[in-house]
Design a binder for this molecule. Structure first.
Ligand SMILES: Nc1ncnc2c1ncn2[C@@H]1O[C@H](COP(=O)(O)OP(=O)(O)OP(=O)(O)O)[C@@H](O)[C@H]1O
Ligand SMILES: [Mg+2]
Ligand SMILES: [Zn+2]
Length: 509
């Protein structure tokens, strides 16, 4: 007696179909399972055996062979428990083959026969849809996540018994339906707002420019000047996510097992702030079968590195590839995987080891100490931070004002307008934002008049700017002009952009 159940495994953020083949034969009773890594096989066998018995089904006293095909990939996870159990039960107690052929089954079992949630339901249901499957039986807790895929029936089950009864049409469970429109609209649960940030107009302006042109930004300032506070508010002035973007982010969180409880779809831009002790693999992704790291968890959102010089120098080097390619490729013995990683990088740091450089009462750092501290940041990384901005200590007078500052919603309007201009301008290019301009595209889109060229030349010579600053200045001035709706980059745009390289000159040139 043989049965075949369709299930699914994950490869990166995509699912692929797996056939669970079960064969029962006469002979010495036994339970062989092939196609899983060694340790999970043993655990899965024990769970399946106990779950079947405790759900009042007969566990066959026969020779059981289970094969997960294709056999050449080692599949991870516990999501095959439910299909294996159903496969074994249906050998004795047949289920309509047509139904089994058009059903994908995913779920972990607990010993008492309950179905427990698993990671990666969203990409798995998508792959089922692509393969023409009609219904997916998934753990009840994952049903809403799966139901985001509208053109396939998603059935949430609590127990093995429920799944069997549904398949045998003895007790049909209705499909899970969710209202995607209201989910997408419900992204205003963000309580953060730039209106809470007093003063610091200069930094807020720099963040508006970064958001408008997708420029990476470095904030330098003393402790307590609001750097972290402002970074957290950056997602609130970025455009709302499209449904496709939400899906892409949700897939990443789904396979990582980080979907917030009761949330089926991530509808607001991620903000990730890994601690400076973060390891390479936690930052860019890793593990035996590589899982997404912080760079992918920040996809379409903000990656914030607070206290930049405290990070391991090597960790910063590994950021360069994802920053360049907007995706990250991780190679391991078992697999080479690519995860999306298109994020805005926001960094913050103190100007010196004590943090109060410039305040002669508080700061006694020696010039060599300051230099050593700053040299912890590599030139190539610094090169990828288009905008450097200094946050000054917050003054009492700034805090002691009743009226709120400009709201995020109001700043966002200008950001959206500037982004619209860029999308129009680059519709025949493969880029979306000024930050992505290549050297040749800069020549084409950041044309300067004679006066502007003179200003730039002057600034270079007088301020001793490095060559790397040149392209950054042009890109940023392009964004500043776009914020004003100006086609031509003018003197005031250029001189503001030059300001945002002042730190480059001061500390690193
Ligand atoms: N400009 C500001 N307006 C209103 N509150 C502020 C401002 N700056 C700082 N604060 C208050 O001070 C707290 C500390 O600010 P924050 O943690 O953002 O400073 P920081 O610059 O990141 O400091 P550190 O260098 O110590 O990390 C904030 O949570 C906020 O309550
Ligand atoms: Mg901070
Ligand atoms: Zn100091």
């Amino acid at each position: 007696m043989i049965s075949k159940i369709k299930s699914c495994a994950l490869y990166g953020i995509n699912g692929y179909l797996v056939d669970v083949e079960v064969d029962l034969s006469e002979g010495l009773p036994g339970f062989d399972l092939v196609g899983l890594p060694d340790s999970s096989i043993r655990e899965s066998k024990e769970r399946v055996r106990a779950a079947i018995k405790n759900s009042e089904f007969l566990f066959p006293i026969k020779r059981i062979t289970v094969n997960l095909a294709p056999a050449d990939t080692k599949k991870e996870g516990s999501a095959f428990d439910l299909p294996i159990a159903i496969g074994i039960i249906s050998c004795n107690d047949p289920i309509d083959k047509e139904i089994l052929d058009s059903t994908m089954i995913i779920g972990e079992l607990s010993l008492d026969g309950k179905v427990r949630p698993v990671n990666g339901i969203l990409p798995m249901v998508y792959s089922a849809l692509k393969k023409g499957i009609k219904q997916c039986i998934v753990p009840f807790e994952n049903a809403e996540e799966g139901a985001i895929v509208e053109d396939i029936e998603v059935i949430g089950v609590h127990t093995l018994k429920e799944a069997i009864n549904h398949l045998k049409k003895e007790e049909i469970i209705p499909r899970t339906i969710i209202d995607i429109n209201s989910l997408m609209k419900n992204n205003t649960n963000n309580t953060l707002d730039f209106a809470d940030v007093k003063g610091q107009e200069h930094v807020k302006r720099a963040l508006e420019i970064s958001a408008a042109g997708s420029h990476n930004v470095l904030m330098i300032g003393p402790p307590g000047s609001g750097k972290t506070m402002m970074a957290r508010r950056l997602p609130t002035i970025l455009p709302d996510l499209s449904f496709e973007e939400s899906i892409e982010i949700t897939k990443i969180y789904s396979v990582t097992g980080l979907l917030p409880n009761k949330k089926s779809l991530i509808t607001s831009r991620p903000f990730r702030a890994p601690h400076h002790t973060v390891s390479n693999s936690a930052l860019i992704g890793g593990g035996r079968i590589p899982k997404p790291g912080e760079v992918s968890l920040s996809h379409y959102g903000v990656l914030f590195l607070d206290e930049l010089p405290e990070f391991n120098k090597n960790v910063l080097e590994v950021l360069r590839q994802p920053l360049e390619d907007r995706e990250v490729t991780i190679s391991r013995v078992n697999a080479t995987l690519t995860y999306p990683a298109s994020f805005m990088l926001v960094c913050s740091m103190n100007p010196c080891p004590c943090g109060y450089l410039g305040d002669d009462e508080k700061c006694h750092c020696q010039p060599e100490q300051v230099k050593k501290y700053l040299s912890k940041i590599s030139g190539p990384l610094l090169d990828r931070l288009d905008i450097h901005v200094e946050a000054s200590p917050v003054k009492y007078d700034d805090l002691d004002v009743k009226e709120k500052s400009e709201s995020s919603a109001s700043i966002k309007k200008r950001v959206l307008q500037a982004q619209k201009i860029q999308q129009e301008r680059y519709k025949n290019e493969s880029i979306y934002f000024n930050a992505q301009l290549s050297a040749s595209q800069i020549d084409k889109y950041c044309v300067l008049g004679k006066e502007e060229r003179d200003l730039l030349k002057n600034a270079f010579e007088k301020l001793n700017l490095s060559a790397r600053a040149y392209h950054r200045i042009l890109k940023v001035s392009r964004t500043i002009a776009d914020l004003e709706g100006e086609e031509k980059i003018g003197l005031q745009h250029l001189s503001e952009a030059i300001q945002y390289r002042s730190l480059d000159r001061k500390y690193w040139a």
